[in-house]
Write a protein that binds this ligand. Structure first.
Ligand SMILES: Nc1ncnc2c1ncn2[C@@H]1O[C@H](COP(=O)(O)OP(=O)(O)OP(=O)(O)O)[C@@H](O)[C@H]1O
Ligand SMILES: [Mg+2]
Length: 291
């Protein structure tokens, strides 16, 4: 199996053939423009497995939603700060991050939120300070609702809030699930992609049961799809068998374009607007709006 970030024969000027599973589907319709904004739907992008495309999907789904006129807030909820980096922000140079918003009285979301290069898309950045919050929150009353409290005041300003979770099922991810309306699970089309998903679903069920009865799985996104390998199609088939209609028709191909966008510090929708990757995230955005 090809485990490199992208195939050697990738040509960005050529649209990839749609993966077999998506080829015959029409996808969701072009969304109607909005005449007014908010309150936001909150979507946690979560999978405790690392490197499955959570951050990449948060950035590019967000940018595609913004292209459709949605006001979007991206929340970097990983102390690694990869979402912030992917949008050209140097996390260690920030005066205020989501850590300050969570842990300090008197700090409001407006004080921390940054505009991004994408019109209509803002960022709540994070850096390594957030790892201290996870420790400090443990002893707090209402520790699972800290993020929800912090975001409450700004929900009216946005149509969609996307929370990029860290690769764990610890307190930060629980906070994201506790304040979300939906959870979106990216799954890489690789060996063992389904391993650990039962634990994730179990955690979602527990949060739904104990903290947030409105939480729903909005869908499963197949990522790192490599149309040249049989294996990737088999994994995709297994994901469809496991999740049925919850699997988004949009499938994200494995291409070097995504690592490139991280270096560029911008989404694929602006870095390579005509690429298959940009088209796939636009298709995902239409499905998310329709669900
Ligand atoms: N469709 C893709 N094709 C090729 N490379 C990709 C794709 N999506 C993401 N990548 C690359 O794979 C790596 C992991 O992606 P990403 O950071 O989005 O995953 P993650 O789930 O957020 O990881 P972590 O669990 O560490 O937070 C990054 O280098 C990213 O650029
Ligand atoms: Mg990430």
């Amino acid at each position: 199996m090809d485990t490199s970030p992208a195939g050697p024969d990738y040509d960005p000027t050529v649209e990839d053939p749609a993966p077999a599973a998506a080829r015959h589907r029409a996808g969701a319709p072009e969304p109607a423009p909005l005449t007014e904004h908010g309150p936001a739907r909150v979507i946690a992008v979560a999978n405790q497995k690392g490197g499955v495309g959570k951050t990449t999907s948060t950035i590019n789904l967000g940018a595609a939603l913004a292209e459709y006129g949605r006001r979007v807030l991206l929340v970097d909820f990983d102390p690694q700060g990869a979402l912030s980096v992917g949008l050209g922000v140097q996390p260690h140079q920030l005066d205020a991050t989501i850590y300050n918003l969570l842990m300090e009285r008197g700090v409001e979301a407006e004080d921390v939120i940054l505009e991004t290069s994408v019109p209509g898309m803002d960022l709540l950045p994070s850096n390594i300070d957030l790892s201290a919050a996870e420790v400090q929150l443990v002893t707090e009353v209402g520790r699972e609702q800290a993020l929800g409290r912090a975001l409450k005041r700004v929900l009216g300003n946005y149509d969609v809030v996307l929370i990029d979770c860290q690769p764990s099922l610890g307190l930060l991810t629980i906070n994201a699930l506790a304040c979300a309306d939906h959870v979106l699970i990216p799954l890489a089309c690789e060996f063992f992609s389904l391993r650990g998903v039962a634990l994730l679903m179990d955690t979602i069920d527990k949060v739904k049961d104990r903290l947030n009865p409105d939480l729903e799985l909005i869908g499963v996104l197949a990522t790192m799809f490599d149309s040249r390998t049989v294996h990737t199609r088999e994994v995709h088939q297994r994901v469809v068998e496991a999740f049925g209609d919850l699997v988004f028709d949009a499938v994200i191909n494995r291409t070097i374009r995504f690592p490139e966008t991280t270096v560029a510090g911008e989404p694929i929708t602006t870095w390579a607007p005509n690429s298959s990757g940009a088209a796939a995230y636009r298709m995902l955005a239409r499905e998310v709006i329709a669900r």
